[in-house]
Design a protein around this ligand. Structure first.
Ligand SMILES: Cc1c2[nH]c(c1CCC(=O)O)Cc1[nH]c(c(CCC(=O)O)c1C)Cc1[nH]c(c(CCC(=O)O)c1C)Cc1[nH]c(c(C)c1CCC(=O)O)C2
Length: 357
């Protein structure tokens, strides 16, 4: 498959090359805020039924691209497919989010974990990547993704979402050696998973460290950053038609942008608790910066959305020596189901208009 793209702004920005406009995509751009997503999900019967059906996963990946001039597609799947394939039994309770039937609670549970077969239990993900690449037909690049080892461990140990992460943090404090064994096998799985997605056709890879920011700085460095560093060091990026840069996104990672930009990753994604200009200064030109509008901005009126987009662009320019290059526009976290689809159009158009070179 040829990598020639009609729109390569996103990949150029990740290489910090000049672009005509700042590229934009949105975390959770495919989802329940779109009526057409709700219809396809109904057809699939459930979220997992949707994610495990390559044709339907392809359909929902394409839906936001038909509405908005987005500069990248993101594979429709979930970060919890990996622990599911490791045998934890993922299920969803309506209104309560993800849960595992068999959470990881003891050193014995951890010893039983192994890297899942990418051509076995996770084949449906690679089939979805291949199907989407065919359907995109060179229009925009496709982003593959994984959870970070720490964020996956949070769900694996807690058995679902959590308010205080008491179980996973106590495991890390009480038995750090066991926690490191869990993070090691999960890191092996993340590397194999992203590599298989790249080989199936993903043109960029993003790691979601959604829960790194709940750790103290010393625990963040020991239990999250260390494994992001290993991924950035060991994950192949491919060459030519199978090349794919790596983006490390984390909520609440602003204090660590300098360390993250020294990992060898090509991009660092930040949330709205750090100014983009400050993130750019800390990155010092070593990586592209992605982010970082507060998703709640999408509840505001169109004029406020345009103003916030302008502020984010100005901040990035100010911290990046007067240039908008090396920036990928995004939210600082995912979209919510009750957001107004018309406001997304305002946001995407504002990014392209206000960043025109
Ligand atoms: C923590 C996390 C998860 N999943 C993900 C993360 C990391 C990013 C983040 O912090 O948001 C990642 C994810 N999940 C989903 C995507 C799809 C791609 C995209 O459009 O960005 C991505 C990149 C689809 C999804 N994943 C999920 C949905 C909603 C499911 C539905 O249709 O009911 C979607 C569109 C389910 C899911 N899966 C997870 C949660 C917390 C939920 C929400 C549960 C709920 O709101 O009911 C775990």
């Amino acid at each position: 498959m040829s990598n020639t793209l009609q729109n390569d702004r996103f990949l150029r920005a990740l290489r910090r090359e000049p672009v005509d406009r700042t590229p934009v995509w949105l975390m959770r751009q495919a989802g329940r805020y779109l009526p057409e997503y709700r219809a396809t999900r109904k057809q699939a019967g459930s979220f997992l039924g949707l994610a495990k059906n390559p044709e339907l996963a392809c359909e929902v990946t394409m839906q936001p691209l038909r509405r908005y001039p987005l500069d990248a597609a993101i594979l429709f799947s979930d970060i919890l497919t990996v622990p599911d394939a490791m045998g934890l039994g993922l299920y969803f309770v309506e209104g309560e989010g993800p849960k595992f039937e068999r959470p990881v609670r003891s050193a014995d549970d951890i010893a039983r974990l192994a890297v899942p077969d990418m051509d076995g239990e996770l084949r449906y993900v690679m089939d979805a990547v291949r199907t989407i690449r065919r359907e995109l037909d060179g229009s925009v690049p496709l982003i593959g993704f994984s959870g970070s080892p720490w964020t996956l461990a949070c769900y694996m140990v807690e058995g679902g979402g959590s308010k205080d992460f008491a179980r996973v943090k106590s495991l890390a404090m009480n038995d750090p050696a066991a926690m490191h064994r869990l993070l090691e096998v999960t890191t092996d799985a993340v590397i194999a998973y992203l590599d298989a997605q790249r080989q199936a056709g993903a043109q960029a890879m993003q790691v979601f460290d959604t829960w790194g920011g709940v750790l103290s700085p010393s625990m963040y460095r020991e239990f999250s950053l260390r494994y992001l560093q290993r991924i950035a060091r060991e994950l192949p990026r491919g060459e030519g038609d199978s090349a794919a840069p790596l983006i490390l996104f984390g909520k609440g990672n602003g204090a660590y942008v300098e360390e993250l930009s020294n990992t060898g990753a090509q991009g660092v994604g930040v949330d709205w608790t750090i100014d983009l200009g400050e993130a750019a200064r800390r990155a010092g030109g070593r990586v592209a910066i992605q982010g970082n509008l507060d998703p709640v901005t999408l509840y505001a009126q169109p004029e406020a959305i345009r103003r916030e987009v302008g502020r984010a662009l100005d901040s990035y320019r100010e911290g990046n020596g007067g240039s908008l290059d090396g920036h990928v526009f995004n939210l600082g976290h995912g979209m919510s189901p009750d957001m107004n689809p018309d406001h997304v159009a305002v946001l995407v158009d504002a990014v392209h208009e206000l960043s025109a070179r």
